[in-house]
Design a binder for this molecule. Structure first.
Ligand code: F6R
Ligand code: MG
Ligand code: MG
Length: 364
């Protein structure tokens, strides 16, 4: 019977400001997950944090888009919000954009990535957690993992990967989707995924077997709410080894801290820094953006792990480079290209400021 891995995440209050999660809120998530395992709703589960976001990592056999799983995640965020309110944590309940749960968590604020799989003899999976960045930020690393032979040696030398992968790309602004086959359509693919604020890779499928290799959360808070409510802070799940890229091929893209949208006020470009769980507490200029990689072996649906994969000296250069890039970009202050271009600023707090000047503009 296929199993499902669901990662559903939300920012329900920060400690201090937007820099981290309070242990009591995380603990509430952990206790509720333990109860859900006890009751048989879930096979196994963990609550983990990256910055001020809580990620519910849930293994079950109810399939994706399951109403009971989604309602449970929503209720867990609601009860965590109550604790965040009691402690007067910052932005308590921030990502819960509606008053009541209505069937599916998508479109209600939290982000979700769900993947169905038939567990192999050995099933290594990676759960990525991002903070101070946006959905779409996995576009570049996914491309490297599944299409770039300079990143993924298996695309060249492993028979199981040679057939390539297919990408489902979502047009986030117009609510449309399209599938591109790699390698033969990579130029067409890149036309779109090179604009991650508009087009995001939802899932990647192994063409050899038809199995889903990777999935990411593509919910965009600003497009749901129609205003600025913090960033989407995405998550992703990636299957590894065999017909999928190896663990090291899945991590290799993060040796370069590529520039992503987010950072202070969700309004700046900054380097995406791979960090250990202990360093997932963005404090400098509310950043720089972070990504944590949690490695698991699945054993009959049980989550064996996590291994904190970026807690490895081989990512020190990437972290150093991210700090150097941050130093350089910060010198630009409020100027582009550190600050986002105007059309991306539409969903920040800036238009309200600009509106006050509207009647002072005269014709030239
Ligand atoms: C970025 C983020 C923070 C806040 C900033 C201002 O994703 O959440 O950078 O935008 O700390 O927060 P407010 O407007 O809540 O004072
Ligand atoms: Mg926050
Ligand atoms: Mg966050």
């Amino acid at each position: 019977m296929p199993q499902t891995l669901s990662v559903i995440k939300a920012d329900i209050g920060g400690f201090v400001g937007h820099s981290a999660m309070h242990p009591e809120v995380l603990n509430e998530g952990r206790e509720r997950l333990a109860q859900a395992v006890q009751s048989g709703l879930l096979i196994d589960a963990q609550a983990q944090a990256c910055g001020d976001d809580m990620f519910l990592i849930m293994s079950h056999d109810r399939g994706q888009d399951n109403v009971d799983i989604h309602r449970f995640a929503w209720d867990t965020f609601v009860s965590g919000t109550e604790i965040a309110k009691k402690l007067k944590l910052y932005g308590a309940g921030q990502d819960l954009l509606v008053d009541a749960f209505s069937g599916n968590i998508r479109g209600m604020g939290p982000g979700s990535a769900e993947l169905e799989l038939v567990e192999r003899q050995s099933e290594p999976v990676m759960v990525f957690m991002g903070d101070k960045t946006s959905s779409g930020s996995f576009n570049l690393p996914f491309y490297k993992m599944f299409s770039d032979p300079f990143n993924t040696a298996g695309l060249v030398i492993a028979e199981a990967l040679h057939a390539g992968f297919a990408y489902e790309v979502q047009d986030l602004k117009n609510h449309k989707k399209i599938v591109f086959n790699s390698p033969e359509e990579i130029y067409d693919l890149l036309v779109f995924i090179g604009s991650p604020a508009h087009y995001a890779i939802k899932r990647v499928v192994a063409r050899s077997t038809g199995e889903v290799a990777a999935v990411s959360s593509t919910e965009k808070l600003s497009l749901i709410a129609g205003r600025y409510v913090g960033k989407d802070d995405p998550t992703a799940i990636v299957r590894m080894q065999g017909a999928f890229p190896a663990v090291g091929e899945v991590l290799e893209p993060f040796t370069t801290p590529y520039i992503v949208e987010g950072f202070m006020r969700g309004s700046h470009y900054g380097p995406w820094m791979p960090v250990a769980m202990a360093d997932a507490t963005p404090s400098r200029f509310d950043g720089p953006p972070r990504v944590v990689a949690l490695g698991f072996q699945l054993a009959n649906g049980k989550l064996v792990g996590p291994r904190d994969m970026f807690a490895d000296v081989s990512f020190n250069n990437a972290r150093q480079e991210a700090n150097d890039i941050s130093d350089f970009l910060r010198k630009h202050g409020p100027f582009e290209p550190h600050r986002l271009p105007l059309d991306e600023m539409e969903y920040t707090t800036m238009p309200a400021v600009a509106a006050k000047m509207a009647n002072r503009w005269a014709d030239i």
